[in-house]
Design a protein around this ligand. Structure first.
Ligand code: NAD
Length: 417
């Protein structure tokens, strides 16, 4: 989503310049990171259920591949915009670098409203979009995954379309698949669990006890639910949850599974039993210890950041904080776990899924969660160490770590030809 005032890709470019100034990276590295390597835009004709043919705009942005194949989700949402997809692709490059995963960064997006489309229409859209970008994706080229508005069923259609055209089964072309198609145990909950692991680390650093800590979760889709569930299992109390329908508040805490069941039935968390109902955006003003934005970009802004009372913000969503708000939160000494660290659990288990697929192997959930925890802890400690040694925000520290690794990779590769 691009708000009137903030273009996320312009902000990515500014962020790269800030890091260049701070640590003196190679100017050609900085310049290349400001330019996605390849952008494919397609007009996708789809026969709708009423027999009319509608045209949907879709993009695939491949930002960088110095450290490995392109990797990134596919978003279906009415507000998808090319500069948003470019920013999301760049954030993937930085995220895989912070986690030291051998991938680059990419992202896809189609302008559509999946909530208003039938399952058949979504299947036709996914298959046609896949066929139109088929030359640029692939297990060693670019590996898509779910994002906002897409899920494991979408990934099954991508896999089937790709495999049907290539003539053999290629599960490793996408991650986030159902378990029955080579999906990984733990992938569904990985982004939320990863964010909860980071939150636990942050809580330790500021001396906040997780047992009983009050959590507010904005957005209750795949990531919001699993963030809430993981934090609940760590002993936190989920006192507020919002989605596009509204926000529910209960000081005694709610059961994340029961709220999900209710949302599945009614379409929203709004008016869940025993809760006070408030407008969706009022969640940012609530008295809580931990705030988890898990919806879209640019929701924590200079308009609402003064009212935020949380001690920790765990950015489960991509780009939830505008730069102006980020500076204000730093000055308020709120511990912000930046998106490129907090929500990297998803791509980490996507990497595990890809590795399992390439080896025709299956790892247990315990094995996956242990490996995820280990990688998240190492990444958190690495970022925290940079933050402490340079007295920077966690976000700046994460970018320093990511861009240094990218620079190192590029300088070893050299520039072709
Ligand atoms: P999703 O489509 O499953 O859920 C999105 C949720 O956000 C929905 O509940 C929707 O109602 C809610 N929402 C949208 N606008 C809102 C608003 N203004 N206020 C409150 N709620 C609002 O999407 P998801 O996969 O959970 O992704 C959420 C965020 O996490 C995105 O920023 C995405 O890029 C990021 N992310 C996702 C993954 C993943 O594995 N799916 C990985 C890393 C990062």
């Amino acid at each position: 989503m691009i708000s009137n005032s903030v273009n996320p890709f312009e902000e990515v470019k500014k962020q790269i310049d800030i890091i260049k100034e701070k640590i003196g990276i190679d100017p050609s590295v900085a310049e290349q990171l400001k330019h996605p390597r390849q952008i494919i835009s397609v007009s996708i004709p789809i026969k709708m259920d009423n027999d009319r043919v509608d045209i949907f705009m879709g993009h695939r942005v491949q930002h960088n591949m110095w450290r490995g194949p392109y990797k990134g989700g596919i978003r279906y949402h009415p507000t998808v915009a090319l500069d948003e997809v470019k920013a999301l692709a760049a954030w993937m490059t930085f995220k895989t670098s912070v986690l030291d995963i051998p991938y680059g960064g990419a992202k896809g997006g189609v302008i559509c409203n999946p909530k208003k489309m039938s399952e058949d229409e979504l299947e036709r859209l996914t298959r046609r979009y896949t066929s139109m970008i088929i030359d640029v994706i692939g297990p060693f080229k670019d590996v898509p995954a779910p994002d906002v508005g897409t899920d494991s069923q979408t990934m099954s259609w991508v896999m089937d379309t790709y495999s049907s055209i290539k003539g053999y089964s290629i599960p490793e072309v996408v991650t986030g698949k159902p378990i029955s198609l080579g999906g990984s145990f733990g992938r569904e909950g990985a982004t939320g669990l990863g964010a909860a692991i980071c939150t636990r680390n942050a809580a330790k650093k500021i001396g906040l006890k997780l047992r009983g800590a009050r959590v507010a979760v904005q957005g209750y889709g795949k990531v919001g639910f699993w963030s809430a569930k993981s934090l609940d299992e760590m002993g936190c109390k989920i006192i507020a949850i919002s989605d596009t329908g509204g926000c529910i508040v209960n000081k005694n805490g709610v059961n994340p599974d029961k709220v999900k069941e209710y949302k599945l039935k009614t379409g929203s968390v709004y008016e869940y039993k025993g809760c006070k109902n408030i407008p969706s955006d009022d969640i940012f003003e609530l008295d809580c210890d931990i705030l988890v934005p898990a919806a879209l970009e640019n929701c924590i802004t200079d308009k609402n950041c003064d009212a935020i009372k949380a001690k920790i913000i765990s950015e489960s969503a991509n780009g939830p904080t505008t730069p102006a708000a980020d500076q204000a939160l730093f000055e308020k000494k709120i511990f912000v776990i930046p998106d490129i660290l907090a929500n990297a659990g998803g791509v980490t288990v996507s990497y595990f899924e890809w590795t399992q697929n390439l080896n025709r192997d299956r790892w247990s959930l315990e094995n996956i969660n242990r490996r995820l925890e280990e990688r998240m802890n190492i990444a958190f400690d690495g970022v925290y160490k940079v933050q402490k040694s340079r007295d920077e925000s966690m976000r700046t520290a994460a970018y320093i770590l990511a861009i240094k690794r990218l620079e190192e990779a590029h300088l070893k590769l050299g520039l072709f030809p």
